[in-house]
Design a protein around this ligand. Sequence first.
Ligand code: ZN
Ligand code: FE
Length: 254
Amino acid sequence: MLEIQQIAVLNDNYIYLIHDTESGDTAAVDPAVAEPVLTVLQHNNWQLKYIFNTHHHADHVGGNLFLKNHTGCLIAGCAADQQRIPGIDIKLSEGDTLKLGEYTIHVISCAGHTTGHIAFYIAAAGALFCGDTLFAMGCGRLFEGTAKQMQQSLRKFTALPLTTKIYCAHEYTAANAQFARFVEPENPDLLSAIERIKQLRSDNQPTVPTTLAQELATNPFLRTNSADIKTTLAMQNSSELEVFTELRERKNQF
Ligand code: ZN
Ligand code: FE
């Protein structure tokens, strides 16, 4: 069985520890910082085998070298970004696989937020670790890639099973929800999700992971064919890429 532990760090980052109870193999996804990871490892008596980095930003790789020094773990990240991933050992590209015990981890290349962004997908656990590509009700900013790349990356995620749990790297949901409501104010799924989110946040609970079904119903960046969104943007005759590009631009200003 896979156990997934969520560690909230910095302002709004999530680090995930993935532990296979059969083999004892454990991986840390995007360790922004090292200490909280070491604490959870120690508390569970787990040994760190891997770090999986989705991309090179400091709030995702900041704990790499300290954790590697203290645990001897191997660091896996995007081959194309190897210069920017501290301590990288395993250089990954689209379609590569890794093993965590008997579980196969598929590497999905998802450029957009950065050019060398990857996601880690575990089909047998229905879990996607997508870094800063998809957020609950939002998506990553386009720091290095284009809107077209980001939309293509998101489409790789929307092809996964609807029940897939999506482990995003940030708790941005409340702010994303406001923008989502602005562009699609009458979406009933969105309005009920916003109520749930308010409750969770006021109880200091995470709103992540989300699911693909939930995102398809509420996330404007996955709903670029919504008539209501097109009407809000006055883009009734625009392509999905044009709508996506405009949404991303408006969200930056929102
Ligand atoms: Zn980032
Ligand atoms: Fe980030």
